[in-house]
Write a protein that binds this ligand. Sequence first.
Ligand SMILES: Cc1cc2nc3c(=O)[nH]c(=O)nc-3n(C[C@H](O)[C@H](O)[C@H](O)COP(=O)(O)OP(=O)(O)OC[C@H]3O[C@@H](n4cnc5c(N)ncnc54)[C@H](O)[C@@H]3O)c2cc1C
Length: 450
Amino acid sequence: MSQAYDTIVIGAGPVGSVAAHAFGERGDDVLLIEANPAAAARFAGEWLHPPGVETLDELDLTPIESAQGYEPGRGFVVFPDDGGEPIRLPYVEGRDGLSCDHREFVSELRDKASSHANVEYRSFVRATEVEPGRVRLEKERGDESRTVYGDLIVGADGKSSVAREPLGHSVDPEVVSYMGALMLHDFDMPFEDDGYGHVILGGPGPALLYRIDEDRVRMSLDVPIENETLRRDSEALYRAFEPVLPDSVASAMREALDNQPVQWAATHFQPHVHYGSDGIALVGDAVGSYHPMTAVGMTSGFQDVACLVDAPNLEAYRARRAHGSYVPELLSSALYKVFGGREQGAETLRSAVYKTWRTDEELCKRTMRLLSGSETRGRAFAGAFLKIAIRGAAETSVETMHQHGLTALTRVLATYVPWARWPLVSILPDRVQQRLRRKSTIDTPFALSA
Ligand SMILES: Cc1cc2nc3c(=O)[nH]c(=O)nc-3n(C[C@H](O)[C@H](O)[C@H](O)COP(=O)(O)OP(=O)(O)OC[C@H]3O[C@@H](n4cnc5c(N)ncnc54)[C@H](O)[C@@H]3O)c2cc1C
């Protein structure tokens, strides 16, 4: 191993592997290190939106072999909890996403990076200290340690990033919920032939289904953090979700639970605020975490890389990505609250979302552009949110006024006030947004008392 590199990438997860390849392609002499290659054998990102696929394409990393041989990701079918028919939300402009097993996807990207002529890959090597221009490394097997030097250090080391520490931002992300994963074998999803991911609502949290290879369909079940029983007791888990699942899905879940343990993963929220400075750039989950419900983590991480490799300096990178990741972050938190939340107003908003999706084709398209990360303008998010919220409020108001009078109506309308923070914050000037964002949580983009 040499001592000095143009670029040192810490972490060979999906985003670090893409980063190492991209800097290698640019002509940099790159060192890519990975502490624990087996970390990718966990339940994590498996669905990639079309802009993520496009970014891989631009970075010369397609085709993805692990996603071949079955229908690509064409969009989502949402099974609403209002008794109505499933709602189809295709990606717009004819572009496809992809889905595949996380471990296989990372292994393929890592192979592409490590076989690049300009990339030196070292596994079982952990970065223990990072400073501008240098990284202290320790071998995971054996007690060897050494220092390497790089003009640029890229922290792609996930949510507990060591590269974030010298930037003074080592706060751990907030745990939001737990996602239980099951593998369904020899199972055809209800909208299988068209390549749609399935989102089933009305359970303790959203349930997702998508194909990850010819034989296997992933089922993931989001469970609120406080509901420990569902994590401990698979029978209770089945009983909690079964009433909202189509019959074929419920039987497949039953069979899977009889034959395999549920694989649990914590989901996190951390606002994307710190993109780096002083020769240290952060990418992917090292910057922040979205709730996985909108499956945007890897797409956003790959966009970080494409932006960083092109940016004239770190300040330009920070400004572009801080802006570009804000709407996806607001959307993932707001959608999780509307679809998973039990607080006041969530049910009405959910029902307004369903009605709007059933009747307003333009808004369906906008939803999918926002969801996939191809539309990141605050006013597009605010417009869609307000249209839905006004519809919900109007319908409830008429009903409440009619049945319970003006006082009740005032009380009901007051429950909408906290929801107004989401569209409001998305249209504030960048400077104000970034200040509020530092203290944002999954529950609120800013505290009302701030
Ligand atoms: C349950 C769940 C479901 C998800 N579903 C989706 C989805 O469908 N679509 C989507 O886009 N996203 C999804 N995500 C998010 C997605 O998994 C992440 O955004 C993505 O894995 C981030 O990639 P990364 O490379 O930045 O970080 P990681 O995947 O965390 O990789 C970091 C790598 O760095 C290594 N490392 C850490 N510290 C060090 C160190 N000090 N030295 C050397 N190496 C180090 C780790 O071993 C690891 O290999 C999901 C997340 C969860 C939890």
